[in-house]
Design a binder for this molecule. Structure first.
Ligand SMILES: Cc1ncc(COP(=O)(O)O)c(C=O)c1O
Length: 198
């Protein structure tokens, strides 16, 4: 791999500074900066109206969904863009609020990032939900284990919120094993938070 060539595509790396940020602080490729600039310059209107600029806007947004879907091996209808992971988590909490009733349960863990803990804590407060805190077996290597997680699930569980890769601990959780455990028990839902996964 030509590291110098790869680095040269990120203008921010010219600054003589080491960037250890990610998620909202991720540095962007020159081509990304160019594309966003080009969109703002030429097609920054409400998408989907009949005029050509609006059609161009819609086309750009569609292409973005297609590219992200290809990258994630997903369907374009499953892709949502937002300002940040935190904002998207809050949007999801608002969208799902009516699916929860008083006494329903959600499972959270302190391995999770604040961005995908606080929206659900607020939902629990607003809707009278019970929060179950998953405690990892090994505090020195805190992971989400399917067989332990299942002891937190019951007929009132509606949502399990997990992080795939923890930025603080370096923990990588086994998405497939945990998802199989949770999804095997409909109507439970699981939300995997993937900020560090890519
Ligand atoms: C695991 C994880 N989740 C969420 C976030 C927050 O992401 P955003 O800045 O896009 O809200 C971060 C930020 O570093 C993170 O590391």
């Amino acid at each position: 791999m030509d590291v110098a060539a790869m680095r040269s595509r990120f203008p921010a790396l010219d600054k003589g500074q080491i960037f250890l940020d990610n998620a909202g602080g991720t540095q962007a490729l020159q081509t990304v900066l160019d594309s966003v600039g080009q969109y703002l310059y030429s097609a920054n209107v409400q998408p989907g109206a009949s005029c050509p600029t609006s059609q161009a806007s819609l086309e750009s947004i569609r292409n973005g969904h297609l590219a992200a879907a290809k990258f994630m091996n997903a369907d374009p209808s499953e892709i949502v863009f937002g300002a940040s992971a935190t904002q998207l988590a809050w949007n999801l909490r608002l969208a799902l609020a009516d699916h929860f009733s008083q006494g329903d349960e959600i499972v959270l863990t302190k391995i999770n990032h604040e961005s995908h803990t606080s929206p659900w804590l607020q939902l629990a407060k607003d809707r009278g939900l019970t929060v179950r805190w998953y405690e990892p077996r090994d505090k020195k290597n805190p992971v989400i284990e399917a067989d332990l997680l299942k002891t937190y699930l019951n007929s009132r569980t509606r949502l399990v919120v997990c992080v795939h890769v923890s930025n603080i601990l370096g923990t990588i959780n086994d998405v497939q094993a945990v998802a199989t455990e949770v999804h095997g028990r409909n109507p439970y839902h699981i939300w995997w938070h993937p900020s560090q996964s890519v």
